[in-house]
Design a protein around this ligand. Structure first.
Ligand code: GDP
Length: 295
């Protein structure tokens, strides 16, 4: 996961780690390498500049802790700043004060939305919830069947009204079904498109107004780097996204999306997708990813 970024940051920092004293030139060289490593990982230029400046300021003005060598302290600063960049503390999912909690999953086609819904269902069931999956992606041929097959496979009910029904009506009807079936979490699979368009956004806005979701989670593909961040900005402006699910972090994503989406959009990453297999979706922990990157 994020191997290339991890290797280049580790090599920049390893040179400092062993040193008892750091010269200004040592710090400058490390900052140059960190900058290049982040740019190569497709991290937004401004985010890189701010990040390196913060690390440099803290590294130069650091309060010396006797237990750490100066090199170790720089490593610690980079770890803390990486964690902060990705949102600091874990961002948890909000639950409605009165059930059901309604979660809309939105995103472009192919990002992994349908897969994420099934995985999210499993994650909630693991915590003793009773999820209902809702097939409201009426445009992509086979999306409804895909969700029904997944639901059967993991034994979680799926609500659908076929491909001819209106998505907003399906979403509204699913709330009544949740009440009838005793489901306390409704996970709605919405339509995606290959590109963002006005019609898609209007439909999602209509659904938001109709079902007043507790969470709107945007599913983005980590492999698409800064494009994922642009997608997140646009969805957030139109819909007020409450969190991001970053999929395909298991592949050879460079890291740009993981490191930047929060800084650029203000939306926290709440979950990550780590494979095609249907397993409970993993909550995102910024500190754990930071320490994994730094080895
Ligand atoms: P949707 O169009 O957004 O509903 O996307 P799908 O859920 O159908 O996923 C598109 C493709 O991405 C499928 O082949 C999934 O198996 C794959 N996929 C989804 N999530 C992940 C993930 O976290 N890692 C990997 N490697 N593949 C994923």
């Amino acid at each position: 996961m994020l191997e290339s970024l991890s290797n280049s940051l580790q090599s920049a920092l390893n040179r400092l780690r062993g040193k008892g004293r750091l010269t200004e030139a040592d710090v400058q060289e490390a900052m140059r390498e960190i900058r290049l490593a982040l740019l190569a990982a497709d991290v937004n230029v401004k985010v890189v500049r701010d990040f390196v400046n913060r690390v440099r300021e803290r590294a130069v003005g650091q309060d010396l802790q006797k237990s750490l060598t100066p090199g170790q302290q720089v490593v610690k600063i980079v770890y803390e700043e990486l964690t902060e960049l990705m949102g600091g503390a874990q961002a948890r999912i909000q639950m409605a004060s009165k059930p059901p909690t309604v979660v809309m999953l939105v995103g472009l086609q192919g990002a992994g939305k349908t897969t994420a819904i099934a995985k999210l269902g499993l994650a909630f069931r693991q915590h003793q919830h009773r999820p209902l999956l809702v097939a409201a992606d009426v445009y992509r041929p086979a999306a409804i069947d895909q969700l029904k097959v997944l639901g059967k496979q993991i034994d979680i009910p799926v609500f659908d009204q076929g491909a001819d029904a209106n998505p907003v009506d399906i979403a509204k009807a699913s709330l009544a079904e949740a009440e009838r079936a005793g489901a306390d979490i409704v996970l709605i699979d919405t339509a995606g498109r290959l590109h963002i368009d006005d019609q898609l956004m209007e439909e999602l806005e209509g659904m938001k107004a109709a079902v007043q979701p507790t969470e709107i989670l945007l599913v983005v593909d980590a492999m698409t780097g800064q494009d994922a961040v642009h997608v997140a900005e646009t969805f957030h402006q139109r819909l007020g996204v409450t969190g991001v699910i970053l999929t395909k972090l298991d592949g050879d994503a460079r890291g740009g999306a993981a490191l930047t989406v929060r800084a650029v959009t203000g939306c926290p990453i709440k979950y990550v997708g780590l494979g095609e297999k249907i397993e409970p979706l993993e909550p995102f922990h910024p500190d754990r990813l930071a320490s994994r990157i730094l080895g």
